[in-house]
Design a protein around this ligand. Sequence first.
Ligand SMILES: *[C@@H]1O[C@H](CO)[C@@H](O)[C@H](O)[C@H]1NC(C)=O
Ligand SMILES: *[C@@H]1O[C@H](CO)[C@@H](O)[C@H](O)[C@H]1NC(C)=O
Length: 503
Amino acid sequence: MAKRYVLLLASALCVRGQGIDFDALDALNAETNGPHYNQLEGPFVAAAALPGYSDSLSLGNIAIEVPTCGSADTYLGVRIFTSGQFNTTRCLEACSGVGACQFVNVYNLRENSNLVGQFCALYSRAWDASYAYNVGQYRGNSLFTISDSYAFANLLRPATPAQCPDEECKREIVKCFNNGPAQASAYCSQLTPFTTTVATTTPTSTTSIATTVIVATQRTTQTITVTATQTVPSSTTTVSGYYTGNAQQAKRAPSSSSSIVVATPSCIATTNYPPDRITSACSCIGVPAKTVRVTQTAAAMTTTNTNTVRATTTVTVATTSVTTTVTVTGGVATATLPAATPSPLDFEAADQSGTWTWATNNPQGWDLGVVSTPDRTNQPTRAFRVVDSQYLGFAVLTSVQGFNLQPGATYQLSLLVQTTVLDAGNTASRIYLSMFSSTGNCGAAFNPISGGVPAGNGWYRFSFNFVVVQQQDTNCKIGVTYTRNQGTATHYVDNFSVAKISN
Ligand SMILES: *[C@@H]1O[C@H](CO)[C@@H](O)[C@H](O)[C@H]1NC(C)=O
Ligand SMILES: *[C@@H]1O[C@H](CO)[C@@H](O)[C@H](O)[C@H]1NC(C)=O
């Protein structure tokens, strides 16, 4: 019977990897006016290599299916034989006849129980048994299955070493990396060693003349455990930072570098790229991941009553890394708490009870309180007002919260004042100003305040620099004392501030 075959070139598009080439099958059926099942004639011609080809690699009932991501361009099409004997040699001849063919996967295809034909899937590069994924496919209600699957590499056309632009898949990864070079290089440099099998040695047969064929590849994941040690102090002394006048913010402690994991760039995270593609793409951007090349020993099972030994080879295809952190204790740490930040000293809050307290020893003669009054720009603002209508007694205004001042440092204390009693040198002779703590004067005592600078709309700014005295309690409060005046006197104060100027 005449041999018929058809060669159809696959589209160069990046499509789902070639499993069963139904397009080629449809074209053949169209050419031959429909399918002709079970035309192959026995006996089965055992897999045998032509000179120049590798020994057959038996894949059992599984066909090569190259990864989704773009290796479709290594697929050169298929030759389908619907008559004659199942004979791998004619597939090898087909490969030799196609210029770029470097690899051929031969198998019988069945549609349900019907034999469709002998398929020779041709590729421009060799794929190893780890790409044997295709155990069959449904098409409509028909189940297409594989049997007698063998792979051969054309040794006369050695594989061109994979180069960066060669493979669509790697191109995609490199393109993705180029979107975010910094993340990509951080990601690549943290990849854990990738183990690749460069050779599989098969123990020499001990018993018989059996041929060893690899029927399955078992994938294992290797786990590397890294132990990081961190020391935490067994006790902590807490001290309080000094007030500076600026808002204090607790800084977040930097996390230990051993626990930083750079995320996989999102544009490749969704596709299941083989690890060696990723590490290879990392090389393209100049960050090669370490690759550990190992030689695996295939475990061979031998029997004497068959002439074929079916073996399983174990290949480590992925490495995961686990970081264990061991915590030990020792030593004493000093933690500096940020200085407490007192409330704003501008009387704008509706409730001053947490900020200011005031009192007089003569309530009949002194009226104290927070009122609305025109500010420096004649806009309403809230300020503390004292109206002294008798020449008897005194009044005080004190901040509730203290400022933890640094002994020896220079601070500036300032406030705005409007008063009906302003003497020469812009001295507000009825207003005394100080900062004090439970152990004494903090170095600030201005009795009375003088040297006010006009600030607009009848307001004066009084500013005083002072060096904080060394004493046990440095938690200093602001105190304003109002002394009696002959004739009614009205005083407003607003916008106190305390700020460190120098150490
Ligand atoms: C197998 O195919 C080859 C190449 O076409 C041919 O030379 C050989 O005779 C075939 N073997 C059998 C047993 O048909
Ligand atoms: C005090 O400061 C506040 C906020 O900056 C401002 O609105 C107000 O006018 C100031 N007080 C005076 C008397 O100018």
